[in-house]
Design a protein around this ligand. Structure first.
Ligand code: UDP
Length: 148
């Protein structure tokens, strides 16, 4: 049964983060990774990559039918990105909180998107929206042996 002191109510999770091409272009890699670490998230895996259009399309497959799919995948393959696996208590929700709302104009003060992003399209960071999607996204970019 449920125990109040059980770690189940603060699950140690993993989530996938991507610093999008605009964040890398603006030299914000260190700034963004420091926010994750300062919030208590551990970087369990990290790589830089320049995604092909096909890799970006595969990653965003769920958005295939959306009107912004072409623009999004063109943008995501425009330049290098930084892909990381963040680990910690409630990592999925914690990362989403650090990121802020999808539209930077609506993002809360102090969030990555409010501080660094310019538009809904170029919003500087990606973060998994559920633990289930995180597992799929992590496997999309990392082999098990790359996770520490
Ligand atoms: N996006 C866009 N136009 C929109 C909505 C979303 O270009 O009207 C892009 C944006 O880069 C966003 C990504 O598609 O980060 C995925 O959209 P989602 O709604 O899943 O937002 P997120 O989970 O990234 O906040």
């Amino acid at each position: 049964g449920w125990e109040p002191d059980d770690k189940h109510n603060m699950a140690v999770e993993r989530t996938l983060s991507i610093i999008k091409p605009d964040g890398v272009e603006k030299n914000k890699i260190g700034n963004i990774l420091a926010r994750f670490e300062s919030a208590g998230l551990r970087i369990a895996a990290l790589k830089m990559a320049h995604l092909s259009r096909a890799e970006a399309e595969g990653f965003y497959y769920v958005h295939k039918a959306r009107p912004f799919f072409g623009e999004l995948t063109e943008f995501m393959s425009r330049g290098p990105v930084v892909i990381s696996v963040l680990e910690g208590a409630d990592a999925v929700a914690k990362n989403r909180e650090l990121m802020g709302a999808t539209d930077p104009a609506k993002a809360a003060p102090g969030t990555i998107r409010k501080d660094l992003a310019t538009s809904v399209g170029e919003n500087t960071v990606h973060g998994s929206d559920s633990a289930e999607n995180a597992a799929w996204e992590i496997a999309y970019f990392f082999a098990g042996s790359e996770l520490t």
